[in-house]
Each structure stands twice: as structure tokens, then as C-alpha cells.
Design a protein around this ligand. Structure first.
Ligand code: ATP
Length: 347
């Protein structure tokens, strides 16, 4: 990717015995929205802070806008990297009003006021330039933080858990707004999250970190359909695993002969997503419903297969299966499989 806004390679950072970031390499294209996703402690924030210049790497190279900002003895401080950072707690200056917060990083001159006005309009706070940060809601504070980070026209915006301080209802709304604002600004952004839905719904591509290592970078769709490892599969969505034997484009397992993508051979674990499972009421069916969790917009029905293994089906709210019902189980679409190198586990 020639036109990368950010490119890291061989990036490593150790804290004492902990290898927080281990030989990580990826790029973010201009205008792209990239999520860094993974479980707590996997190195997401450290990676973001290394790119921002808030940590110094032990090894590796970081380029921002085609310029090396960290490698060997080269280490540019945050203010010389052309990065904008939105911190988890927004870190607004409490003694400055909204307009001054937004204008903080913009060079003083005749165009500063216009740039501040433009940014406030962009984030929908055109009338609130004179307010103090404590007079704003959480969502408004976040938009000020975003406007402040975008105002100096950074090469890339770095956002650390941007929604963690918002309640669930506000979070859903602000997510969409953030995406619209960044698209309108033509911004490149990297955001850290441990929330899979947030990453899948917002990002153009998602980078999965696991114990300091980058295990997969893919579009949300690819990630969900073709996770690189069983751990990634289970982390980004509900998954049940069944033993099977693959022969090219098909795998034989307890649920019959299922198409596999990509084709493979040998003993495998078959990944079954609950939303791919179809149930058909049948008094002679070989599986039995054992539990049902109703969520309103959907429900999860748990069935016991003849082997005794449990399998989850995510169904619409209108399905009326009850514990004790006998059913036939079908699978919609192709499944993914993983080499059978460890004992099958279900999540
Ligand atoms: P979370 O989702 O919980 O914020 P994370 O994926 O962002 O986690 P990091 O904050 O990058 O993970 O931490 C990676 C590892 O490095 C963790 O084991 C953490 O304890 C350790 N670590 C991070 N910063 C420091 C530090 N300044 N000193 C010592 N250890 C640190």
C-alpha cells in the first residue's frame, strides 16, 4: 500500500517481563477507519500510544504520512507527528471554553477562528463555542475532543476507547455520528476497542491483537466469516465447535455434509455460528431443545445433539420452540473449519 497514512513494522514494546507489543506490522490507508480489537491487556492502547509518540518503541519502525517518526534513534514527540489524539476521558482543558479548546492546536493567525468555527459546525456544536467543558454532556464533550483533535488537520486521528464513557443508548447514537464526522472530514483514524460490535460496525478493517501479537487484519466481513484462529472466532462472535473430517469443499460432521470455505482436508473443528443454525420442528427429530433465552429482537435456542453436544441457534423473536421439543437441525451457508490440534471447546 503506497498511500498509507500510517505504517508500522517490527514494532515491539516490553514493560518489565511483559511483552506488551510483539513484532507488530500493519498499515492504515488514507481515509481508512481501522479498529484495534482484542481482549484486555493484549496491547491495543500501547500500540496506539507508540504511534502517537506517548511511548518509545524498543524496536521497529513507525511512519506517519510517509515520514519516519520512530526508528532506532529517531523519535519525534507527539506534537511533531501530525497525529490527533482523542483520549478515553476526552482530556478537555477545563479552564478553556469550547472554542479555545478546539483552537488549541491550531497555529494562531487570521484563519484560526474560521477553522474553529468550521470544526464546531462539523461536530454539530456551532452554537456552543462559549460554553465551558463542565457545561456539556458526555456526548458533547466527546465531540469537542474530536473537533480539537481534527482542527490541526492531522494525518491520522487516534482514538482510545472513544465510547467507553458514554451510556449504552448514547453510545449507539454517537458511534454513527463519529463515523459520519470522520467521513465528512476525510480523516484517517485508528481506534482502540475491546467491544467486538463496535469494531465490526464502525471499522473499514479490524486488526486483532492477541497477547501483544497481531493475529489478523481483515474487513469486518472477512473477520467474521474467516477468522484466523479459533480464539479470534470465539472472540468476535458466538461460536460452537464440532469435530469433523474435511474432504476438499465439504466437511462431514454430526450435522451432515456441510460446504467448507476455503476447502481443506483432514480432521478439523467445525465453527458453527448460532445465526447459521436453522431449526425445524419434527417429532422424530434427532436433536432436542434444552433452553431458550429470549432477548426481544432475537432469541437463542439451545439444542442437544445426539452426541450430547450443545449447539446454539439464534432465531427471530417469533419462533416458538420450547425445552423438550424435538427438532431437525440445518446449517445455512458454508462453515469455516480449523485444524484439529487441540481438544474441541465450546464458548
Ligand atoms: P485494556 O483493554 O485493558 O486497556 P490493552 O489491550 O489496551 O488493555 P495495554 O494497556 O496496551 O493493553 O497493555 C498491554 C500490557 O502491557 C498489559 O499487560 C499491561 O499491564 C502492560 N502495560 C501497559 N502499560 C504499562 C506500563 N506503563 N507499565 C507496565 N506495564 C504496562
Amino acid at each position: 500500500m503506497a498511500d498509507a497514512a500510517v505504517r508500522v513494522s517490527g514494532l515491539s514494546k516490553q514493560f518489565g517481563d511483559v511483552c506488551a507489543v510483539d513484532d507488530v506490522a500493519f498499515y492504515v490507508a488514507r481515509g481508512e477507519f481501522m479498529a484495534l480489537l482484542g481482549p484486555s491487556g493484549c496491547g491495543k492502547t500501547t500500540t496506539l500510544r507508540l504511534i502517537g509518540g506517548f511511548e518509545r518503541p524498543d524496536r521497529g519502525r513507525i511512519e506517519v504520512g510517509g515520514r519516519v517518526v520512530a526508528e532506532g534513534r529517531t523519535f519525534l514527540p507527539p506534537e511533531r507527528r501530525r497525529v490527533g489524539m482523542v483520549f478515553q476521558d476526552y482530556a478537555l482543558f477545563p479552564h478553556l471554553d469550547v472554542a479555545r479548546n478546539v483552537g488549541y492546536g491550531v497555529r494562531s493567525g487570521s484563519t484560526r477562528a474560521a477553522r474553529v468555527g468550521e470544526m464546531l459546525e462539523l461536530v454539530g456544536l456551532g452554537d456552543l463555542g462559549g460554553r465551558m467543558p463542565h457545561e456539556l454532556s458526555g456526548g458533547q464533550q466527546q465531540r469537542v475532543a474530536l473537533a480539537r483533535a481534527l482542527a490541526p488537520r492531522p494525518e491520522v486521528l487516534l482514538l482510545d476507547e472513544p465510547f467507553s464513557n458514554l451510556d449504552a443508548t448514547l453510545r449507539a447514537r454517537v458511534r454513527g455520528e463519529l463515523r459520519e464526522i470522520l467521513t465528512a472530514a476525510g480523516a484517517t483514524a485508528i481506534f482502540v476497542t475491546h467491544d467486538r460490535e463496535e469494531a465490526l460496525s464502525l471499522a473499514d478493517r479490524v486488526a486483532i491483537l492477541w497477547q501483544g501479537r497481531l493475529v489478523q487484519v481483515a474487513t469486518p466481513n472477512e473477520l467474521y466469516r474467516q477468522p484466523a484462529t479459533v480464539e479470534v472466532a470465539a472472540f468476535i462472535g458466538d461460536a460452537d465447535l464440532l469435530p469433523g473430517e474435511a474432504t476438499g469443499g465439504y466437511v462431514g460432521c454430526e450435522l451432515g455434509r456441510l460446504p467448507v470455505c476455503p476447502p481443506t482436508h483432514g480432521q478439523v473443528r467445525v465453527l458453527i455460528r448460532p445465526e447459521a443454525v436453522q431449526l425445524c420442528a419434527d417429532p422424530n427429530g434427532s436433536a432436542q431443545v434444552v433452553a431458550r433465552e429470549f432477548y426481544g429482537h432475537d432469541q437463542v435456542v439451545v439444542v442437544r445433539l445426539p452426541s450430547g453436544r450443545l449447539l446454539r441457534a439464534r432465531l427471530g423473536p417469533w419462533a416458538t420452540f420450547q425445552p423438550g421439543d424435538c427438532v431437525e437441525v440445518g446449517i445455512d451457508g458454508a462453515v469455516s473449519v480449523f485444524p484439529n490440534d487441540v481438544a474441541p471447546t465450546a464458548t
